[in-house]
Design a protein around this ligand. Structure first.
Ligand SMILES: [Zn+2]
Ligand SMILES: [Zn+2]
Length: 367
């Protein structure tokens, strides 16, 4: 069967003839792939800056943001049936007996660092005609979400961040009373890519006043943000300094820019008791300079917290699927607009290497 793979040694990305998946254990499921989204991580992999094949393979099948339809299930699988739509999670446990996290089925908190990530680290991904996996790593998706469920994985990143935010902010005495502690909760989203816009939707439905702040110009991203009730400001229109001044206290900063130095420096404008959520994974592109003393002073004096949660667990995927349903009802057609381009499997290698600007790009594997 066909798959798109990266050959790190050869420095090539191309279609390969990959072995057909099969049910090998009673808990296995074989899935026909429908859509695979791609993101900055895939671009890093296609540029040979990250990504590692399984030990016995010269190549890594790419793709970690997938939607598929179940073809066949093992004899002990009850929760999922042939014909169901499913989204796979990405991380798989390490083999260490001593890793309590993985032994409890929580590779998102793997202690050894020897976890696998499908399509990223030592396990083949989903950009193939079919794949097999244990049923426990597959989340069922309602049929109504067929067109947009490929956005589940990036939204699961957002859900993970928001769950951790909620955990931390239980510390505020008024949070337990269901109060916002003033004039409503305010969030500043840094960046305007798919994760930033999905985060904006998730924060708007949770009652935050959201401002999206972007270095890109206006255009479709601004239209999108405004259509869901968020404010959109470009760096050209306004300096962060003055924006922070007239927004009022910023309770949450949601970084979705790829963790650029600028974004981290923006923490200077985070309000008292605020939380800074990092979701971008910076490439290893050398050191940058920040006034650490100033930031640390602010953190200690203003009770601030920085969290960098990027590994969603199954619960975050389920929350994402629920929220997609909520967003689809609240803003009909909006999620479709987040998918800006679809390409075929044949065109995928080229699309990874030469990304178009715009929002989420998706490989259509099967109609
Ligand atoms: Zn991704
Ligand atoms: Zn582990």
């Amino acid at each position: 069967m066909r798959a798109v793979a990266v050959f790190p040694e050869e420095r090539a990305v191309r279609l390969v003839d990959h072995r057909e998946p099969a049910i090998l254990a009673p808990t296995d499921v074989v899935v026909k792939v429908l859509d695979v989204g791609f993101c900055g991580t895939d671009r890093e992999i296609a540029a040979f800056r990250m990504g590692s094949p399984p030990a016995d393979s010269p190549y890594l099948v790419m793709g970690h943001e997938a939607l598929g339809e179940v073809l066949e299930v093992g004899s002990s699988v009850r929760r999922i049936r042939p014909g169901d739509l499913v989204v796979p999670t990405v991380r798989r446990p390490c083999r260490r007996e001593s890793c309590r996290a993985c032994r409890m089925g929580r590779p998102d908190f793997c202690l050894s660092g020897e976890y696998l990530q499908r399509g990223i680290k030592e396990a083949h991904g989903f950009l193939a005609e079919r794949f097999a996996d244990d049923a426990r790593w597959l989340q069922p998706v309602p049929r109504e979400l067929r067109e947009v469920a490929v956005l589940t994985q990036p939204l699961a990143l957002v859900e993970t961040a928001i769950t951790e935010l909620d955990q931390v902010q239980k510390r505020l005495p008024w949070a337990a009373l269901g109060e916002t502690g003033g004039s409503g909760k305010r969030a500043l989203v840094l960046g305007a890519g798919p994760v930033a816009l999905l985060a904006s939707m998730a924060l708007v439905v949770r009652g935050y006043k959201v401002t999206v702040y972007s270095h890109a110009g206006r255009g479709e991203k601004a239209d999108f943000a405004e259509s869901i009730g968020a404010q959109f400001v470009t760096a050209e229109e306004e300096k962060l300094q003055t924006l922070a001044g007239h927004l009022g206290r910023i309770d949450v900063m949601f970084e979705a820019t790829g963790a650029s130095p600028d974004a981290l420096a923006a923490m200077e404008h985070l309000g008292r008791n605020g939380v800074y959520l990092l979701t971008g994974v910076p490439g290893l592109r050398g050191a940058f300079t920040l006034d650490a003393g100033f930031l640390l002073h602010g953190m200690v004096q203003k009770n601030q917290v920085i969290i960098g949660p990027v590994h969603p667990n199954a619960e975050a995927f389920r929350a994402a699927i629920q929220d997609l349903g909520l967003f689809a009802r609240r803003w009909p057609g909006a999620l479709q607009r987040l998918i800006s381009k679809r390409v075929s499997m044949e065109d995928a290698p080229d699309a990874f290497e030469h990304p178009a600007s715009g929002l989420k790009q998706v490989v259509t594997v099967s109609e």
